[in-house]
Design a protein around this ligand. Structure first.
Ligand SMILES: O=C(O)c1ccccc1NCC(=O)[C@H](O)[C@H](O)COP(=O)(O)O
Length: 230
């Protein structure tokens, strides 16, 4: 992963086009009927085709069984399957092998103890999305809650390869999140919406611009480094 930006929860062509036009690297289609971002497969298929070759297409599912996965993968034909439930490492391995699909596993982070899951899942999946742990309420969604977590936990990791930072990011805080954590990839959903499930093209563009600026800033040599090499 190298300076990648994912816009998740796209449900219609105007929102998808806003993400693609602004330069999103990954676009996500949520398969979770209780979410305001859920998109039916007969709509998700054409949207995914529209994004083909322009961005990596991510199908997001929560504890899917094989029958559900067959339908999701056939309709969306994703480049990446994001698993956002309680899938065990064994289940992730099984899915990867059975369906031959790249998998990004979401891990909920609330405190330092949760970081152990990163190395557990690194061994069995292609990417890892570190997200805020959902609130412990029956009606809470597994993701898309607009909640941040302590970014210092990620900043302190020795190995950030393959990590995508998520949870409560928005155009105003994504620059700080990138600078502080040092991650190479970010993901957003509710932070670029005007109402639950309603993507706002202007906020999408602002988010991508702010993230790109932070990635550029990190790549640029500091004044100190420039002086040393002069
Ligand atoms: O977005 C949803 O509604 C959703 C529902 C069920 C499982 C996962 C979901 N979203 C996962 C994502 O990848 C979100 O982008 C991620 O949780 C960040 O969301 P937000 O804090 O709203 O930016």
């Amino acid at each position: 992963m190298n300076n990648e930006i994912k816009i998740c929860g796209l449900r219609d062509a105007p929102a998808l086009d806003a993400a693609l036009d602004a330069g999103a690297d990954l676009v996500g289609f949520v398969q979770f009927p209780k979410s305001p971002r859920h998109i039916a497969l007969d709509m998700a298929g054409p949207l995914s085709q529209r994004a083909s070759g322009k961005a990596l297409r991510v199908a997001l599912a929560v504890d899917p069984d094989d029958a559900a996965l067959e339908k999701i993968l056939a309709a969306i034909d994703p480049d990446i399957l994001q698993l956002h439930g309680r899938e065990s490492p064994q289940r992730v391995t099984e899915i990867r092998h059975r369906f031959g699909v790249n998998v990004m596993k979401a891990i909920g982070i609330a405190d330092a103890a949760d970081l152990a899951q990163i190395s557990v899942y690194r061994a069995c999946c292609d990417r890892i999305l570190v997200d805020a742990k959902p609130p412990a309420m029956p009606e809470a969604l597994p993701g898309g809650n607009g909640l941040t977590f302590d970014w210092q936990l990620i900043a302190g990791l020795d190995d950030k390869a393959g990590l995508m930072l998520s949870g409560g990011l928005n155009p105003a805080n994504v620059g700080d999140a990138i600078a502080l954590t040092g991650v190479d990839a970010v993901d957003v959903s509710s932070g670029v919406e005007s109402a639950p499930g309603e993507k706002d093209p202007q906020r999408i563009a602002q988010f991508i611009e702010a993230a790109r600026a932070a990635f550029r800033q990190r790549a640029a040599p500091s004044a100190n480094e420039k002086a040393k090499s002069a």
